[in-house]
Design a binder for this molecule. Structure first.
Ligand SMILES: C[S@@+](CC[C@H](N)C(=O)[O-])C[C@H]1O[C@@H](n2cnc3c(N)ncnc32)[C@H](O)[C@@H]1O
Length: 282
């Protein structure tokens, strides 16, 4: 089933958490002069115009990037994330918040000329846009293939350094199980890699099972970060979302300590919530 289009959600509070962690991790990897490999298993189109009808439908960016765009004072990791969003708008000839970058745009712009990138996308419309957006960049390979499968066959990378972003839509319930299976298989092939997995909190029970399975997989050095607009509820809809990071940069915990309380308040107001946990130690 391929009905999901990320444009409806571009720049929302879930993207803020995901992309702030992505920016921090890519910056960290770029501190060493050695090349690394970036794999985006579920890429989306890579760039969103916020005036498009899909983004305008629910204006989800109003609970995400928009209030941060207005803020003058931000914790340093969020100021750095905002700088990347500003760069994206400037490169598209805008001084305002007209565009929001997807993970492929962020990765393409924070990697160096000697790094290597692979993007996977199954949706026919999204792969076409993705290809249009990045076909000039010779470091990038795009695959109209299942990203879960591709993760296993792409690893280990020849660089022996790398980041794998796993960001499925969870429209089908098998995604929750496939994340765990693919993570275990990928980690067996490339144990020193960094893995970042995004997840929604719609029903706490469903996500708790996935988190328990990851926690008991035998994989070590796992951190969890969650940000929500309100506490869990039994009503429909996503209230929080999270990121699992395996082999995180050692600086990520402090960056999130500085960022999450601020983001919960700024985006969720009195109801905003966050969580940080070392799920498994090193
Ligand atoms: C949440 S969106 C990705 C957003 C993107 N990572 C970002 O941060 O900007 C998920 C994408 O995965 C695509 N998709 C769904 N199943 C897939 C699969 N098995 N392999 C690759 N892409 C898939 C969807 O078409 C959708 O564009």
């Amino acid at each position: 089933m391929l009905s999901y289009l990320h444009a409806y959600h571009a720049g929302n509070f879930a993207d803020v958490l995901k992309h702030a962690i992505l920016v921090h991790t890519l910056d960290y990897l770029a501190q060493k002069p050695k090349p690394y490999f970036y794999l985006d298993t579920h890429s989306g189109p890579g760039l969103y115009k916020l005036s498009d009808s899909e983004s305008q439908k629910n204006e989800e960016y109003l609970n995400g990037i928009a209030p941060l765009w207005q803020s003058k004072i931000l914790p340093p990791p969020i100021a750095r994330y905002k700088q990347v969003i500003q760069q994206c708008n400037q490169e598209n000839n805008s001084q305002n918040l007209d565009y929001y970058p997807g993970s492929p745009w962020i990765a393409a712009n924070l990697t160096r000329e000697f790094d290597r990138l692979s993007f996977c996308e199954l949706h026919p419309r999204e792969i076409e846009t993705l290809t249009d957006n990045f076909q000039q960049d010779r470091r990038i390979k795009q695959f109209n293939q299942d990203g879960f499968q591709k993760a296993i066959t792409s690893l280990p990378p020849k660089e022996r350094r790398g980041l794998v972003l796993i960001d499925p839509p969870y429209e089908v319930k098998q995604d929750y199980e496939r994340v765990v299976d693919v993570l275990i298989a990928s980690h067996k092939r490339f144990a020193t890699g960094t893995y970042a997995i995004w997840y929604p909190v719609v029903k706490r029970q469903t996500i708790q099972k996935m988190l328990n399975d990851i926690q008991h997989s035998g994989i070590r050095n796992i951190q969890l970060f969650e940000l929500g607009l309100q506490p869990d509820t039994s009503e429909r809809g996503m209230t929080s979302s999270g990121m699992i990071v395996i082999n995180p940069p050692w600086t990520l915990w402090q960056a999130m300590e500085e960022s999450l309380p601020f983001l919960a308040k700024q985006l969720g107001g009195e109801k905003g919530v966050y969580k940080m946990a070392q799920l498994v130690t090193e």
